[in-house]
Ligand binder design. Structure first.
Ligand code: GLA
Length: 633
């Protein structure tokens, strides 16, 4: 008996009979469990103060960019949220704890009487057809209070007055921000839970109260994940209470720490997968890598957030249009939030044209919500493919490196038939070409070619699950001990520069579920047979699959992946439809040929795919749902 099962039984026996039965995480629920509250059916688009201004914000600067968004037609293209980041708060009033904003920087606030209010500001944005976002921190103090080089724009007053984070004030603050001030979006940062330990220089200085850290960006094992999740649950309850119309969006900003790359999808509309972007190519690679292998963790309602756009500065300014276009194209392929971070009052037309590329925006905002999947992977060059609601594909050829490449793009990369013509439309030049089988393309250093592709699906009458990651949720992905993901690029352009010991691997998530790949990045292979399509996941996992196209049949070739080091323990695969068992495989072992599963799912709304193994804490048993597909008949 596995350790996990044993612990489960002991708990069951020890529990009084009135207590709820212990939950078997692999038992079907019949429910889609990823987050769908609020308004993140599509990745949010908009603008944020941070990359352009840091804490040096003002109403004039913000409304200037907001006006540009409207006047240039970007608002009509979907850029809607105008978000305040850190720096808006002046203090938490004592003793009632009401938050006080910087009325000196927001002249419209003076209309609000003795307690300055953002209401005139949000009213103004709403009247412009826009939405308004605000910022807070999970702890008592924010990131800028920990890191800003000067005091000028930081909260003022005594220790308690400078505690402008949400800790201990969740219900009160959410009511102020949403009900009283009229905001529609909140970004919740995490420095307050990380940087104010009793031994930190800030606390020692006597300027801040200590808050025992429950998060450590470098060490996932030092995070109190349930405590962090409990705070987000409480924030969600307050958001739902203060926004009966459901018009709110929760942005999780704990930078890939505390294994949030695995669970952010259950707690917020968007969730940061990495530390902050900076206008440096190396940082773009880090942030992109932290999201690119996580397509199965993004869905309508819950998106990966590799951070805001930094187009307009450094390596992404108007003198670096190749890099700026790559940044935009990649973020669209990732279904990332498209949040502009430039002072639009001064942004050159060449960059405004990038933000305004409607064809690329349409990829990001495609209603199917399928984050792109890696169809070709190497350190220098990657091919990303995204299945659109129409059945067309978007394809990006990304040159990460410093040398040019001639690339063979194959129909097979697109999961299109090799014998039928494929039409490619370049989404920058709008030029179309056509090819059959394969075509040669040239990609310059740091360039991303991006096309919309129309062709014939190689799988007739159905769609592979790996073509619809937006409808597949690894509710339990089988990762028992979160471990750092060694595949994320590590840059010398990190926040510590070359100080310290280097940019060591920090982001957990290694072993998570992946489309067209094993959890550890290899090609799916069972008993010597490779599968170009399929889902790789660990044993003791449960995936929820929405049957959005009303498919009538589910098919797959299931088995233990050849990459498994455990060659003794068997795994059983089961398919549930709306909570009821539809089919299961015999117990299969390493080296056995994959077993075919073919199940009628007519009328089923939600499938659950369960791979049950021996359990135990150190199981690293990759299994393959080879060629898993939903079929019309
Ligand atoms: C953190 C966040 C950033 C920004 C700053 C503000 O670093 O990750 O996006 O909000 O704090 O201080």
């Amino acid at each position: 008996m596995g350790k996990r099962l044993a612990a489960w039984l002991i708990a069951a026996l020890a529990a009084p009979s009135v207590a709820a039965a212990p939950v078997d995480p692999l038992a079907p629920t019949g429910h889609w469990s990823a987050y769908t509250a609020g308004r993140a059916q599509l990745p949010p688009m908009g603008w944020n103060t941070w990359n352009a201004f840091g804490t040096d914000i003002s109403e004039e600067k913000i409304l200037g960019s907001a006006q540009k968004i409207v006047d240039t037609g970007l608002a009509a293209k979907g850029y809607r949220y105008i978000n305040l980041d850190d720096g808006w708060a002046t203090k938490r009033r004592q003793p009632d704890g009401h938050m006080i904003m910087r009325a000196d920087k927001f002249p419209s606030a003076r209309i609000g009487g003795d307690t300055p209010t953002f209401k005139p500001f949000t009213d103004r944005l709403h009247a412009m057809g826009l939405k308004a976002g605000i910022y807070t921190d999970l702890g008592r103090n924010t990131c800028a209070e920990a890191y800003n080089p000067t005091e000028t724009d930081l909260p003022k007053g005594n220790v308690l007055e400078r505690e402008v984070g949400i800790y201990g004030h969740i219900d009160q603050d959410i009511a102020v921000y949403f009900k009283e001030w009229g905001f529609d979006y909140i970004k919740v940062d995490g420095c307050g839970l990380r940087d104010y330990g009793p031994d930190s220089p800030r606390v020692r200085s006597g300027r801040f109260r200590a808050l025992q850290p429950i998060m450590d960006s470098a060490e996932v094992t030092r995070a109190n994940i349930p405590a962090i999740q409990a705070m987000f649950r409480q924030i969600n309850a307050a958001l739902a209470r203060e926004n009966p119309d459901g018009d709110y969006l929760l942005s999780l900003c704990i930078w890939g720490a505390a294994n949030v790359r695995a669970w952010g999808k259950d707690y917020g509309g968007i969730s940061r997968t990495s530390d902050d972007i900076s206008p440096a190519w190396g940082r773009l690679l880090v942030n992109y890598d932290s999201s690119v292998t996580r397509s199965l963790y993004a869905h309508p309602g819950s998106w990966n957030d590799p951070d805001m756009l930094f187009i307009g500065a450094g390596d992404f300014d108007a003198d670096h249009l190749t890099e700026a276009r790559s940044h935009f194209a990649l973020w669209a392929m990732l279904n990332a939030p498209l949040i502009i971070g430039a002072d639009l009052r001064k942004t050159p037309q060449s960059l405004m044209d990038i933000f305004g590329n409607a064809d690329i925006i349409a990829l990001d905002q495609d209603p199917a919500g399928n984050q792109a999947v890696l169809a070709y992977d190497s350190s220098d060059l990657q091919i990303l493919v995204k299945t659109l609601a129409s059945g067309d594909k978007a394809v990006a050829i990304f040159n990460r490196g410093s040398g040019a490449y001639d690339v063979d793009l194959h129909a097979t990369h697109l999961k299109f038939a090799e014998t039928a013509p494929i039409e490619l439309t370049d989404l920058w030049s709008r030029q179309s070409t056509s090819f059959t089988g394969k075509t040669k393309l040239h990609v310059a250093p740091r360039e991303t070619l991006i096309f919309r592709a129309h062709g014939t699906h190689v799988l007739q009458g159905g769609l592979y699950l790996s073509e619809q990651p937006g409808s597949v949720n690894p509710a339990v992905d089988g990762v028992v001990r979160p471990t750092v993901d060694p595949t994320i690029f590590r840059t010398a352009a990190g926040w510590a520069g070359t100080n310290g010991a280097g940019d060591r691997p920090t982001y957990a998530g290694w072993g998570g579920a992946r489309p067209d790949s094993t959890p550890y990045g290899q090609i799916l292979q069972v008993a010597g047979k490779q599968y170009a399509a399929g889902i790789g996941i660990l044993a003791n996992s449960r995936m929820e699959v929405r049957n959005i196209h009303n498919a009538r049949r589910f098919t797959a070739m299931v088995g233990i992946d050849d990459s498994a080091t455990d060659k003794t323990h068997p795994v059983t695969f089961a398919v549930y439809g709306d909570g009821k068992l539809l089919a299961s495989s015999p117990a299969v072992k390493w080296g056995e040929a994959a077993k075919p599963l073919s199940v009628s799912v007519a009328g089923v709304k939600l499938l659950e795919l369960v791979a049950r193994g021996p359990g135990g804490d150190d199981m690293r048993l990759p299994v393959s749902w080879g060629e898993a597909a939903l079929m019309e008949r």
